[in-house]
Design a protein around this ligand. Sequence first.
Ligand code: TPP
Ligand code: MG
Length: 278
Amino acid sequence: MDIKELEQKAVELRKMIFKTICNGGGGHCPASFSIVEILVVLYFKILNIDPRNPKDPERDRFVLSKGHAGVALYSALARKGFIEEKHMSTYGKKGTILGGHPDMHKIPGVEASTGALGHGFPFAIGMALAAKMDKKDYRVFALLGDGECQEGSVWEAALFAPQHKLDNFTAIIDYNKYQAMDRLETIIGLEPFADKWRAFGWAVKEVEGNNIEELLSVFESLPVEKGKPSLILAHTIKGKGVSYMIDEPIWHYRMPNAEELKVACNELGLEVKEGVVQ
Ligand SMILES: Cc1ncc(C[n+]2csc(CCOP(=O)(O)OP(=O)(O)O)c2C)c(N)n1
Ligand SMILES: [Mg+2]
């Protein structure tokens, strides 16, 4: 799959995310849009996974530590064939396997139940340690929010991974500069962020996190440094895809009204009929 096809996948994923969240009655659109290109590159180019054998012991593992963007993960899993696409319309409905946050016991391809921020990352590091102990070749990836990095458990795990030379592990930080209610810098700033990770013993690369080409070139040359865990600091745009959701933290939780729904559908290339996204 070339760059153009991957970019097209990103367009499709944003549509699926928006449709699923709006028709399901709630969810985190901007947080999901932020990570679309990262998921596309991982799921369609990098991860060694097979939807026909989701529990293959040799598979690569991906953990969405910022579990509130679960719908973005479900969309990638659906497009990859882990989930039947018809299941996407059950999101938010009674009895669905697709809850507001990912459940590893219900959804094929979900490696960790996440949503309580600060937990998926250490969990994933444990998986990478297990691979080393078992002398297995699989790799482990975890995707964190930048606001999530205000959690103490993140920094405890950040100390642990370099100590064990986990160069089979890659953390990606969705550095969109926003958390739920405001800009990060207004609440607890993280700069100099890359230097903090370097000081903890990580090999760091910074990328434009909504740029498929840049992401691909970094992911294809992992580990960043042999003998160290890799940290990809991905500068992203929270809400990318719907103009009014960018730089407006209110959209972290809010759902569009009828007029806003029309505008968003127009921007994403979707249709809306009687309040239902088609
Ligand atoms: C331990 C914990 N505290 C609070 C929350 C509520 N919460 C959900 S999303 C969010 C904001 C997280 O910001 P960030 O990690 O930057 O993710 P983004 O929304 O930018 O993707 C918060 C505080 C949570 N899910 N878990
Ligand atoms: Mg953020």
